[in-house]
Write a protein that binds this ligand. Structure first.
Ligand code: G6P
Length: 372
């Protein structure tokens, strides 16, 4: 009902606007004196986590895109090999796992059948199993050894938005916890990352201020039949997420790819008028990658593509080449995804609305897929 939507046009619009609280609530009470404190880890205590030699994150859909972002950060901070696997692929390929493997499942609902079966399989094979879940008492956390709840609040719209930023937040808390337990980063470094994590809710709020401009952009694109999304490093899974949402909500063919892969295929798709979203790494945080992505923009622009760049506020190198720039606040590399995803979620929602579609209940999709 309209009252439940709190004045918003859709649950999705409401839930995107709740991104800042989703992150803040996931952090609440879990940082004590610059140390990550997660009592819910139960039996997965510091000695267990210190002895893990590999992590596999299993998930489906948007949760799998959050997992990919987490992989970059956890491996970088805690120096443990991390792989991400779609839950439905994982258990049918006889993966090598043992008691030194930490399997982390991510699920908003905690009821996705494929993810649940991956968790059961991992436990049967002797792996340690931790779940990141947004729904208290759901099946997946009950089948896991420990659970880190994301406190994003109930998510009603079928396509996941605020849970995505909360999932990345939970993965980052875990990554920084592992970095301390395993002694791979100094307490000062960890404290700095935690400070930046705490600044994210406000920066998401700032990002949300671009909603109207993004809505206008989307309203002129209702005839678009294909959109590409390009990103690099942690911007790559964000490009994947942008493409997933556009398919789900606006029924537009969309593909996300790693910017470095451009010359290995996707550039053949570039022709006059092709819309390409580019997630641009921060020039301050990652100068060499920033240069490479800007040169990708030049390459596709030279072939007539229409480039919409998501770039750090004040990034002057992008301006001459992009048709549109959607600015995001300054953040270091690992925190940029939490901001860059917001305009992409808004864009897909606005385009779907402009096409007269039901953004909360897209055709053929279910909030929680409880069959295999
Ligand atoms: C469905 C939903 C997606 C969600 C995915 C995984 O496909 O439409 O929005 O990302 O399931 O759901 P989960 O509850 O496991 O995160």
């Amino acid at each position: 009902s309209a009252a439940e939507k709190g004045g918003w046009a859709s649950f999705m619009a409401k839930e995107i606007s709740e991104g800042p609280e989703a992150v803040a609530n996931t952090l609440r009470g879990r940082i004590v004196d610059n140390v990550v404190t997660i009592p819910e880890l139960n039996g997965l205590d510091e000695s267990v986590l210190a002895g893990i030699d590999r992590i596999i994150i299993v998930a489906c859909g948007t949760a799998a895109n959050a997992a990919e972002v987490g992989k970059y950060a956890i491996e970088n901070w805690a120096r443990i090999p991390v792989n991400v696997e779609l839950a439905h692929e994982f258990r049918y390929r006889n993966p090598v796992i043992n008691e030194k493997t930490l399997v982390i499942s991510i699920s908003q609902s905690g009821e996705t059948m494929d993810t649940l079966m991956a968790v059961k399989y991992a436990r049967k094979e002797g792996a340690r199993v931790l779940s990141i879940c947004n729904t208290q008492g759901a099946t997946i956390p009950r089948e896991s050894e420990a659970v880190i709840y994301t406190h994003a609040g109930p998510e009603v719209a079928v396509a996941s938005t605020k849970a995505f930023v909360a999932q990345i937040t939970a993965l980052y808390l875990l990554g920084l916890h592992l970095a301390r337990v395993r002694g791979t980063q100094t307490p000062e470094f960890i404290a700095e990352q935690l400070d930046e994590l705490r600044s994210i809710p406000e920066k998401i709020s700032e990002t949300l201020e671009n909603s109207t401009v993004i809505g206008q952009l989307a309203h002129f694109m209702t005839d678009t039949t294909s959109v590409l999304f390009l990103g690099r490093h942690v911007g790559f899974p964000i490009a994947m997420e942008g493409a997933l949402k556009l398919k789900e909500l606006a029924y537009i063919h969309a593909e996300g790819f790693a910017a470095g892969e451009l010359k290995h295929g996707p550039i053949a798709l570039i022709e006059a008028g092709q819309v390409v979203f580019v997630v641009v790494p921060s020039p301050r945080a990652h100068d060499s990658l920033h240069k490479k992505v800007v040169s990708n923009i030049q390459e596709i622009r030279a072939r007539g593509a229409r480039v919409i760049a998501i770039a750090e506020k004040g990034d002057a190198a992008v301006l001459p080449f992009a048709d549109q720039v959607i600015p995001i606040p300054l953040a270091s590399t690992f925190f940029e995804p939490l901001l860059a995803v917001v305009p992409l979620h808004i864009f897909s929602m606005e385009l779907a609305m402009a096409k007269g579609l039901d953004v909360d209940q897209p055709r053929n999709l279910a909030k929680s897929v409880t069959v295999e």
